[in-house]
Design a protein around this ligand. Structure first.
Ligand SMILES: [Cu+2]
Length: 344
């Protein structure tokens, strides 16, 4: 049935209203969850959060003031002068100076000074002596290498830390500029070629926190995530001990065939598996790959099906990635999966 122009206009207006009301809602929701700065789990991020709410409060007051003035102007559009002051030119001019220049200058100066002094205080690199341990993070296009100095442990895309412990994270990059950001635990740090930047990482309680590269670094930048697993000091120590050990793989026939394939196919020219002849460091260390919860920088879960999909066609999952398609047969892929899945 043809609708009247009036109906159409009304439905268009309704759609417009929906978009106007829906967008901020969607934006607010997208800030929720485990990558939100508004649910900090460290004293640092708690303070950043507090600052954010104060700044929001100040902006809301200024915004409502401005909207109020606009509303007033609209209601009195047919009458001359201001409600109480009438048409007194000198008073009107002073009001314009006060609300147009005076108040904004004070508000913006205070916000600028407070936020900067506060942020600098909150986010200075930690004094090394005040921290209990150091972790090295090296960014690559498009994954994270994680090392625990003083041990053999190397892993990828998954940083484990003990809770209620001040951890000194030293970050750099193997290629272009990246940025390490775990919003619930710490501020961002840029990872710049030839430089080592540091940040304090601290988790008040155990859990898994999401992180993300926060500096555009090429094709797969948006798919360069990581996980921070904060656990009890005892659980952390046993994790670190097992990470530092060389690989122990299953002795099953499939896994053994997979191991041979891994060493003879090109895999070993890019990956390291400690305790074997594979010693390359182009891609992630796979010594304990089966113990990680995700693959390819938090892009896919780590289970046999996803592992097989990744090995047979990484370019379908992360187009442009540094790991090429190697044209393996399904049997070959399954054998390699059996091997890698045994590397706990
Ligand atoms: Cu990036």
């Amino acid at each position: 049935m043809p609708s009247s122009p009036r109906d159409r206009r009304r439905s268009r207006r309704r759609r417009g209203l929906l978009i106007i009301c829906g967008l901020p809602g969607a934006a607010a929701l997208s800030g929720c969850g485990r990558q939100s700065i508004l649910s900090g789990h460290s004293p640092q991020t708690h303070n950043i959060m507090l600052l954010w709410w104060w700044m929001l409060g100040a902006s809301v007051i200024v915004f409502l003031g401005a909207v109020g003035m606009l509303g007033l102007a609209w209601f009195r559009r047919r009458s001359a002068g201001l409600p109480i002051f009438g048409e007194r030119e000198d008073i009107n001019q002073r009001l314009v100076l006060l609300f147009g220049i005076g108040i904004p200058t004070v508000v913006l100066t205070v916000l600028f000074a407070v936020s900067n002094i506060y942020l600098i205080g909150q986010t200075a690199p930690p004094a090394v002596a005040s921290t209990s341990m150091t972790i090295d993070v090296i960014a690559h296009q498009w994954w994270w290498e994680v090392r625990y100095p003083g041990t053999q442990a190397v892993t990828a895309n998954e940083i484990h830390i003990p809770i209620t412990t001040r951890v000194n994270v030293v970050g750099t990059t193997a290629d272009v500029i990246h940025d390490l950001w775990v919003p619930q635990l710490a501020r961002k740090i840029d990872l710049v070629p030839g430089r080592k930047n540091r940040v304090l990482m601290y988790a008040s309680r155990s859990g898994t926190y999401g992180g993300q590269c926060a500096e555009f670094c090429g094709f797969q930048h948006a798919h360069m995530g990581l996980r921070v697993v904060a656990q009890s000091p005892a659980a952390f120590r046993s994790w670190l001990t097992s990470m530092a050990a060389p690989a122990t793989s299953s002795t099953g026939a499939g896994a053994q065939a997979g191991r041979q394939l891994f060493m003879s196919a090109q895999c070993a020219s890019c990956h390291q598996i400690r305790g074997t002849s594979a010693r390359a460091t182009v891609g992630p260390d796979l010594t304990h790959v089966a113990s990680r919860s995700t693959l390819a920088a938090a892009e896919i879960p780590n289970d046999p099906a996803h592992l097989a999909a990744w090995i047979s066609n990484p370019q379908a999952i992360k187009p442009g990635d540094r790991m090429p398609d190697l044209g393996l047969s399904r049997t070959q892929v399954n054998e390699i999966v059996a091997y890698l899945d045994s590397l706990h």
